[in-house]
Design a binder for this molecule. Structure first.
Ligand SMILES: [Fe+2]
Length: 397
């Protein structure tokens, strides 16, 4: 019947699935050559990636007309182009970068001595050192170093180009130590931090939306020759719509292993990329280079609700009501789940990853999941309240 075929087609367009991911479609998108002539502000193309010279960028950005043209070029490059741009000499003042490096090493030593922090999504313990929320930690510890470091014009310019004004920066420091092994290929936040099963529940327009809600960047805090394992990238892979469902598929992982590019970076260089780009940190095969990168995750101003809602307070009040209504047969578990979805926070982020590490999964437990667990296990209100308080505490810095 005609209606059936329309409905089936529509459903396939809106609900992406891993079954729709075919290597032929993917290959046709990613096997393209980057043409330097199409990007007049770029200084070169290396490994299919656009390279910009920091000094030239700062000069171009000083005029408001060419500043807009420059930002427009980056938007194109990260949307339909290779998806990644690299800045040589992103820090005009390496003293600011070096001063931050000293504080980052200090934080790592304190973290190791105190045996705190460092839980990681991707790496085995000890293979790397991770400082979550390095942004706040650096600001509180050394405000002048923070000011000099984040006074950086290129970070501001590329963030504004991708996300518009009022962007929100977070930073996670990552040190991959000699012997540290490569990450598996992935995309980044938001949908990249969900399992493929969870991602498939979001309609296709959200798969298109996710990459414009954040920008991913990395600042090199030391020279990173290839043997130290700078990030592996697959240019143009951000253009593949069902890509969030494909990174976990063995044939796509194998394709990534055979086709990725890897660019050496120098201290003070920075790379920025569309968070939907397929990428993975490389293996550190060096003898003694502890490869330090400050990973910048910049978020859109629009990733927030209009009203402040105290969901923990609501959940504490709602929980005993739900529990008694379920036990009296006045509410089904399914209806209770809908009420929980309205009341409690359904998203794991933002959180404090030191206290709330994503070990064993990509994302820590949500307030909703906690409440559903409490209902399923029939916790008393005191136990639920204690867990809720602990949940709220874990998210604070
Ligand atoms: Fe990543």
């Amino acid at each position: 019947m005609k209606t059936d075929s329309i409905s089936t087609l529509r459903s396939q367009q809106v609900w992406l699935s891993a079954n729709q991911c075919h290597l032929d479609d993917f290959g046709a998108l990613v096997e393209r050559k980057t043409d330097l002539a199409a990007y007049p502000f770029a200084s070169e193309v290396a490994a299919n990636v656009l390279i910009y010279d920091g000094t030239a960028v700062r000069r171009v950005a000083s005029s408001s007309e060419s500043r807009k043209a420059l930002m427009a070029e980056w938007v194109e490059a990260m949307t339909d182009g290779p998806g990644i741009i690299v800045f040589r000499g992103a820090f005009a003042d390496l003293a600011a970068l070096d001063a931050a490096t000293v504080h980052f090493w200090g934080m790592i030593e304190e973290q190791r001595a105190g045996n705190t922090g460092g839980g990681d999504h991707f790496a085995k313990p000890g293979a790397n050192d991770r400082i979550w929320n390095a942004l706040e930690k650096l600001c509180l510890r050394a405000p002048e170093v923070f000011a000099a470091y984040y006074g950086n014009e290129i970070i501001a310019l590329v963030s504004e180009a991708w996300l518009g004004p009022a962007y929100q920066i977070t930073s996670q420091l990552n040190v991959v130590n000699p012997g540290g092994s490569a990450q598996s290929v992935h995309r980044d936040y938001h949908l990249g931090f969900q399992t493929a099963e969870a991602g498939a529940r979001y309609p296709a327009h959200v798969h298109r939306l996710s990459p414009v809600l954040t920008l991913q960047g990395a600042v090199a805090h030391c020279d990173m020759p290839v043997e130290t394992g700078p990030t592996l990238y697959l240019p143009y892979s951000q253009t593949y719509l069902p890509g969030y469902l494909a990174t976990g598929l063995p044939e796509f992982q194998d394709y990534f292993d055979r086709h990725h590019v890897q660019l050496p970076l120098s201290k003070g260089d920075a790379a920025f990329f569309n968070p939907a780009l397929f990428h993975a940190a490389g293996s550190n095969r060096s003898e003694n280079v502890r490869r330090m990168a400050n990973l910048l995750q910049v978020s859109s101003a629009y990733g927030r609700a209009m009203e402040s809602v105290d969901r923990a307070r609501m959940s504490a009040v709602l929980y005993p009501a739900l529990r008694s209504m379920i036990s009296l047969g006045r509410l089904t578990t399914a209806n209770a789940a809908h009420a929980v979805a309205t009341c409690a926070e359904g998203y794991s982020f933002p959180t404090n990853l030191d206290r709330d590490p994503p070990i064993g999964g990509l994302a820590p437990q949500t307030q909703q999941a906690l409440m559903m667990q409490a209902l399923a296990e029939n916790w008393g209100p005191e136990k639920f309240n204690r867990s809720l308080e602990a949940w709220s505490w874990r998210r604070l810095t």
